[in-house]
Design a protein around this ligand. Structure first.
Ligand code: A2P
Length: 289
């Protein structure tokens, strides 16, 4: 869990962390506190998840319980679609910091490449970066076309592109592209939102190592140089997902997993309208105690 990669700006980022998409405020607080106690250093949220305040609560509790410091952690959040544009992004960044109860972020991402706005949004991220309010900046759900377009005017190359990635969706082209520009790929829904957990071939491999399918998938991420952020709100799973440093997948098994690719996106993705910036921005300001 303490393993880190060096990003293209020299900052170090943990290779595995906790995701909290779909977690309520309370669940997020519990999951983050539990994860920090288990040794997780990377926590990934987004304004759109509506749980930044819960994450902040969990961070404070986790730090208090472990004696760790804010600087030991690596906290990511994201600017959502309806909040994009130069000034709106600057304002929203401050809102996220306030909800999280932090005075800087480790990584701020453009959540989706909203047409006509993401370049302006990137300029705001570059400003926040130059002011030291965020240590690294990146994108999420950008394909090669978006990246080429962004890089035409960018002065900072995104450190990370966080994309949907799991054994059924291996994103080979984007990984090659990222390598060329020295950008890291981070996997959202690395367990395929739970879907990949039922794969019989993965189950067979997992049984050989005496590990769960989730552990095999997450280990495969690490050995593939993909930063990974499995989501769970259950203590046992949070602990299990971090217990992947005592085994190594053989080349044969790595090869067998690479054959599972089906370029299969999650079902909701096909219907999700991320091109237009009018979508929901609901969030909650406080954790009900
Ligand atoms: P839960 O939060 O109830 O534990 P992904 O990160 O790919 O989106 O997958 C998250 C889904 O997988 C969630 O539904 C989560 O459920 C579940 N999950 C997370 N870790 C495990 C695990 N180790 N075993 C089984 N299910 C898991």
């Amino acid at each position: 869990l303490s393993s880190k990669v060096t990003l293209n700006n020299g900052q170090k980022m943990p290779v595995e962390g906790l995701g909290v998409w779909k977690a309520t405020l309370h669940e997020a607080s519990f999951a983050v506190e539990t994860a920090i106690k288990d040794g997780y250093l990377l926590i990934d949220t987004a304004k759109q998840y509506g749980n930044e305040a819960g994450v902040g609560d969990g961070i404070r509790k986790g730090l208090a319980a472990t004696g760790k410091k804010r600087e030991d952690l690596f906290i990511t959040t994201k600017v959502f679609n309806g909040d994009q544009g130069y000034q709106k992004t600057l304002d929203n960044f401050q809102g996220s910091l306030d909800r999280l109860g932090l005075d800087y972020l480790d990584l701020y991402l453009i959540h989706w490449p909203v047409d006509g706005l993401y370049k302006e949004t990137w300029q705001a991220l570059e400003k926040l970066y130059s002011e030291g309010k965020v240590k690294s900046i990146g994108v999420s759900n950008f394909d090669q076309e978006h990246m080429d377009d962004l890089l035409q005017d960018a002065t900072v190359t995104p450190a990370v592109d966080q994309i949907e990635f799991n054994p059924l969706l291996q994103q080979e082209e984007m990984r090659d592209y990222a390598k060329k520009i020295d950008m890291k790929i981070e996997a959202w829904s690395p367990l395929g939102g739970g879907q990949a957990l039922n794969d019989p071939k993965l189950k067979k491999i997992a049984d050989q190592y005496g590990k769960s399918v989730a552990q095999v998938i997450l280990r495969w991420d690490l050995q593939s140089n993909i930063i990974t952020i499995p989501k769970s709100v259950h203590a046992q799973r949070i602990e299990q997902n971090a217990d992947i440093y005592d085994f190594e997948l053989s080349d044969d098994d790595m090869g067998a997993i690479s054959l599972l690719n089906q370029n299969k996106r999650s079902l909701w993705y096909q219907d999700f309208d991320w091109h237009t910036p009018h979508k929901q921005n609901a969030y909650h300001d406080e954790v009900d105690q």
